[in-house]
Design a protein around this ligand. Sequence first.
Ligand SMILES: *Cc1c(COP(=O)(O)O)cnc(C)c1O
Length: 396
Amino acid sequence: MSEKEIMALADENIINTYKRFPIVLTKGSGVKVWDVNGKEYLDFVAGIAVCNLGHSHPQVIAAVKEQLENLTHVSNLYYTEPQTQLARLLVENSFADKVFFCNSGAEANEAAIKLARKYAHENMGPGKFELITMKDSFHGRTMATITATGQEKFQFGFTPLLEGFTYVPFNDLQALEARISNKTCGIMVEPIQGEGGVNIPDDNYLASVREICDRHGILLIIDEVQTGMGRTGKLFAYEHSEIKPDIMTLAKALGNGFPVGAMLATDKIAKAFVPGNHASTFGGSPLAMAAANATVKMMLQEGILEHCRTMGDYFLLQLKKLQQKHKIIKEVRGKGLMLAVQLNIENGDIVNECLQRGLLIISAGSKTLRFVPPLIITAQDVDQAVKVLDEVMEGK
Ligand SMILES: *Cc1c(COP(=O)(O)O)cnc(C)c1O
């Protein structure tokens, strides 16, 4: 099919839930992707913080191929070794004692919400079911997770929402503490808000949220779907704060592009789930586990986290230099390779012009440019991206 045919038939046959850029991608390798006409792009989107090891990572491909030829899917009625191995790996490298596997971020957060409610139901007494979440948060697109998401634009048209959620501004400890009532069972928060605009809280924020949770005997659920898997320069972003959450959710980069999600918890909390309470047909399938095992192992072995911090610092510095030159840049911010440029104009033209010049970037809100490239980018890749941004911003 030609490029035109592919786009026209897609629009004719696929439900219109995505506003797409007019390109058809066919191949990816490392930090690059190519479209159907052979045009090359520098990919600073990485499937929205998914392909953290870069496209077509050889070890991930090899692991999936080998698993594909042995056993693709059975059911959680049976044990499989890849699932055991990944659970072990995640437990050994995090605060958690136990893992539940699913297929996406929204599902991981659904599992977290259900587990928090079940735990509260059994351990905190009746009437404690409310979760406090943050304004401008993003937790997914299912009914429970759009309810948890503190942005009306994702909820509009889908009411009635779920009961038992209330919202406070991000990075506001006073508002948070003031909202805790005899109904509260927990707080759900992203260490850095991704979709909401790459909003970075004060250094002590997460630790203070932990302290508030401890003082009130409620649960701390952190959504690391976007910040996890090395994105901010640590395997999990909570590690910057030297605290431990009670529940954590993962997805996006966990399988480097293979769909997989996970909800992790301490033993004490995880015990609230017993057989029959929660399940997923595809959750923890051998194929997804093979991809995730290879991804996590690579991430731990190859000095990738250190490289991410170095490149993140370098990228941030270059963006700050760009800010000196272009008055449309209001602020630059970031941690590791989760970065943003806050503009004082709408960002649509800039994203489109970058695309035309072979650089893929995304927005996060209407005036924010977001950069979540593969963690394997080089200084040359950063220079190239900054050069394109510089050219595109010229005269704006
Ligand atoms: C992307 C994202 C989700 C939703 O993940 P899906 O896999 O799209 O369901 C949830 N939380 C955060 C923080 C995310 O960035």
